[in-house]
Design a protein around this ligand. Structure first.
Ligand SMILES: CC(C)(COP(=O)(O)OP(=O)(O)OC[C@H]1O[C@@H](n2cnc3c(N)ncnc32)[C@H](O)[C@@H]1OP(=O)(O)O)[C@@H](O)C(=O)NCCC(=O)NCCS
Length: 184
């Protein structure tokens, strides 16, 4: 997306019942030896300020506002994941689930500039996929700007395939590629 993203959701998530307790997102194989690695967990209200900061640093326009972040936190059809490192939100992902649909939508993925290139984006993406599978989704979809090469490389490396190009998808007129990955 290279700094710009669509304003607001063009795809309205409808709530699905969601576990009220935190769900461990680490793979069982991970041990204390990997503790220095970021912990990917579900966001809580105390993360809101850091999420806004990360958003503002990662996207130059069409940013999610504090109000929108709050709304997504309260939305049972949305999951916000935070990659926490040393108590700080070094990365975040937002995924939406729609009632009656087996297609999950990755709405946002961002890693703090100073923490990029170390696998954080990969780790967040893997966590999103685990949650989507757990919610019985068999596909994950996302849109990415056609000029966002780093994000496209990340998705393609992890098995996402281009399914369609959407002209003038973004508010600034940029085109998007829609990607999809079969999870089943
Ligand atoms: C896209 C984005 C989320 C990727 O996050 P990231 O944490 O850098 O992703 P990863 O580290 O998992 O992978 C990125 C690169 O780092 C490399 N990498 C991964 N782990 C690494 C490690 N331990 N050491 C060195 N390099 C590593 C990957 O091979 C990859 O290389 P490539 O750019 O040549 O493909 C990040 O660039 C970002 O936030 N961009 C701005 C917001 C944005 O555009 N979001 C996407 C919207 S669709």
């Amino acid at each position: 997306m290279n700094g710009r993203r669509e304003g607001g959701c063009r795809w309205r998530a409808q709530g699905l019942p969601c576990a009220a307790v935190a769900v461990p997102l680490r793979k069982p194989s991970e041990t204390s030896a990997t503790r220095a690695a970021p912990l990917v967990r579900r966001a809580v209200p105390a993360d809101l300020a850091a999420l806004v900061e990360l958003e503002n640093a990662s996207f130059s326009g069409d940013r999610l506002s504090l109000r929108q972040w709050k709304h997504h936190l309260d939305n049972p059809g949305a999951w916000i994941l935070v990659a926490a490192q040393g108590g700080h939100a070094a990365g975040a992902a937002v995924v939406f689930f729609r009632s009656g649909s087996r297609v999950a939508r990755l709405y946002s993925l961002a890693v703090a500039t100073a923490r990029r290139g170390r696998g954080l984006g990969t780790e967040l993406l893997a966590a999103v996929e685990r949650i989507a599978r757990r919610r019985r989704c068999d596909r994950l979809r996302l849109e990415v700007r056609d000029d966002n090469a780093p994000a496209q490389r990340l998705y393609e490396r992890h098995g996402y395939q281009r399914i369609t190009r959407i002209e003038r998808y973004y508010e600034d007129g940029a085109d998007a590629w829609r990607y999809e990955k079969q999870l089943a």
